[in-house]
Design a binder for this molecule. Structure first.
Ligand code: GLC
Length: 544
């Protein structure tokens, strides 16, 4: 088998420079509260983040996505906002923000912000005004409905964070709708005035120079206007968290929401070179939809398949294919291996296979996204019951939904507070912090951290890894195998998913570009290759 066997015709390729920056970029998600504290309050902030920019440079990431830094009572990690156009004092000031943006841009690193269109905090002035009376001029900026005949909520819709999605308001004697916490009332996107206000929020940041947004909960902007009840989910059982026991037919992924995403995109397109990334709930077979049809929606609907897949060569091969089938031919793919809502993948697949995941992420066709800490193999931290901060866990406990374990502070060094803070860290630093921290891994040239760095380097210098076609190759013997082909350059990626050695059947000639063991570089490969336990390799094919 060689790549030429599977790829008979050379394809037309775009020059690398013609690709928009976000197709070439490597995104790094930062939750500032957990990145670096500068003032000893135990919570990370923007000056702290600024003091760590050399690290981002060293690692080689080219875009940062910041989770919300806006004014907020912080009931949901900043996703409950009281002012979309100001920085919360917890994180610093607008001057700090502008400085961060400027310094990142000086280093050639882009910055995207979280845009939270679905809801505000219940302490947002808009909501205070809206709830003040039924005749308030902002009444219709949120979703209000009358009680049903028995006085109960208007219908059976459930909050994702537990209980009814409707909250009774004594003063005006109506219910308001909240997809998430009752302190996060949903905005009414059917109202054009609200949509104009939100468009201005986008323009505010775009004019300041941000490179785009990650749209939070982008599938849930509109709910059914007939308030039809959601049906039970036939797959739910006693172990299913109660908020997930209905199928969200009438609250999620509605046609109207797609229209609103198109409007958001139009605002973005008033500016040059910006990107719209989006959190989309749901199944792979719906993801293509979020790119848009006649009118564009998101550039990059976030794809969590690598995280959600079973960890074996055949499942991964199938999931990669299913995803590619599910997106439009011209759509650009993306791959996410971590996030503030997702369990740390290293805890699921273990440290040795985390190296395989790193190579997979950085050699697939599509924009890679990692969450700060993934590059050192951070695992789920154990959180004692009295340390829980996540409202999701507090309200729907006992189902393993707590998101605190993946949100613990980044470890910079082996000191007791990991170099993160001089105060009391807002979440525990976690286990084995003296072993698994950035300093330590940086001093070991064979560490996972170095592997990330080398993979990023390789991706940046090898156009086939960015702009090349993805060439499927049949995976056998537990080795996930595929090719990348660009202007006559053929790369083979072979990833051993097992803790035992495996033999890669291959009949070509090539040079080994990189092994996950960070050795063997430059070795000539001729014919079959033995992969060591948990070893992945990238080979560049050469003429026989
Ligand atoms: C998104 C965020 C999540 C938050 C929720 C409500 O899913 O990623 O962290 O809790 O929206 O805003």
């Amino acid at each position: 088998m060689s790549l030429n066997d599977v790829l008979p015709q050379p394809l037309e390729h775009h020059a690398l420079d013609d690709l928009p920056w976000w197709q070439r970029a490597i995104f790094y998600e930062i939750a500032p509260i957990s990145f670096q504290d500068s003032n000893g309050d135990g919570k990370g902030d923007l000056p702290g983040l600024i003091s760590r920019l050399d690290y981002l440079d060293w690692l080689g990431v080219s875009a940062v996505w910041l989770t919300p830094v806006f004014r907020s009572p912080m009931r949901d990690f900043g996703y409950d906002i009281t002012d979309f156009c100001d920085i919360d004092p917890l994180f610093g000031t607008m001057q700090d923000f502008d400085r961060l943006l400027e310094l990142l841009h000086q280093r050639g690193i882009r910055l995207i912000l979280d845009f939270v269109p679905n809801h505000t905090s219940d302490a947002h002035p808009w909501f205070l005004e809206s709830r003040s009376s039924r005749s308030s001029e902002k009444r219709n900026w949120y979703v209000w409905a009358n009680a049903c005949e028995d006085g109960g909520p208007p219908n059976n819709w459930l909050s994702r964070f537990g209980g009814s999605a409707w909250e009774w308001d004594e003063l005006t004697e109506q219910y308001y709708y909240h997809s998430f916490l009752l302190e996060q009332p949903d905005l009414n996107w059917r109202n054009p005035e609200l949509r104009r206000a939100m468009a201005d929020v986008l323009r505010f940041w775009l004019r300041r120079g941000v490179d785009g947004f990650r749209v939070d909960a982008s599938a849930v902007l509109a709910e059914d206007d007939l308030l039809r009840d959601d049906p039970p989910d036939p797959n739910a059982n006693a172990t299913t968290p109660p908020p997930q026991r209905l199928k969200r037919i009438f609250t999620d992924d509605r046609r109207e929401s797609m229209g609103y995403l198109e409007e958001i995109r139009q605002v973005l397109d008033e500016f040059e070179n910006r990107v719209l990334v989006g959190e989309v709930q749901g199944k792979t077979d719906r993801i293509g939809h979020f790119y848009g049809e006649a009118r564009p929606r998101l550039h990059l609907p976030l794809n969590f398949l690598l995280l959600d897949s079973s960890w074996d060569a055949l499942s991964l091969q199938a999931n990669i294919d299913a995803y590619q089938n599910a997106i439009p031919t011209a759509a650009w793919p993306d791959w996410v291996i971590g996030g503030h809502d997702k369990k740390r993948v290293a805890s699921k697949i273990g440290q040795p296979q985390s190296r395989i995941l790193a190579m997979l992420l950085l050699t697939l066709r599509g924009t890679p996204f990692l969450f700060a800490g993934d590059e050192i193999g951070l695992e789920q931290a154990s959180i004692a019951p009295n340390q829980v901060t996540d409202p999701f866990e507090k309200l729907v406990g006992g189902y393993g939904l707590n998101r605190d374990p993946q949100r613990t502070p980044l470890r910079w060094d082996a000191t007791p507070k990991a170099g993160f803070t001089t105060g009391v860290p807002w979440l525990p630093i976690g286990d084995s912090a003296t072993e698994r921290n950035i300093d330590r891994l940086k001093s070991d040239k064979h560490s996972l951290l170095w592997l990330y760095r080398r993979l990023i380097e390789l991706r940046n210098k090898e156009p086939a890894l960015v702009a090349g076609d993805y060439v499927p190759i049949r995976s056998v013997h537990d080795i996930l195998t595929y090719g990348r082909a660009y202007k006559g350059v053929n790369l083979i990626v072979a990833l051993n998913l097992m803790h035992q050695p495996r033999r890669l059947k291959w009949s070509g000639h090539g040079t080994l570009q990189l092994s996950t063991y960070l050795d063997r570089q430059g070795e000539t490969i001729y014919g079959p290759v033995v992969l060591r336990p948990d070893e992945g390799i990238v080979i560049k094919q050469t003429k026989e």
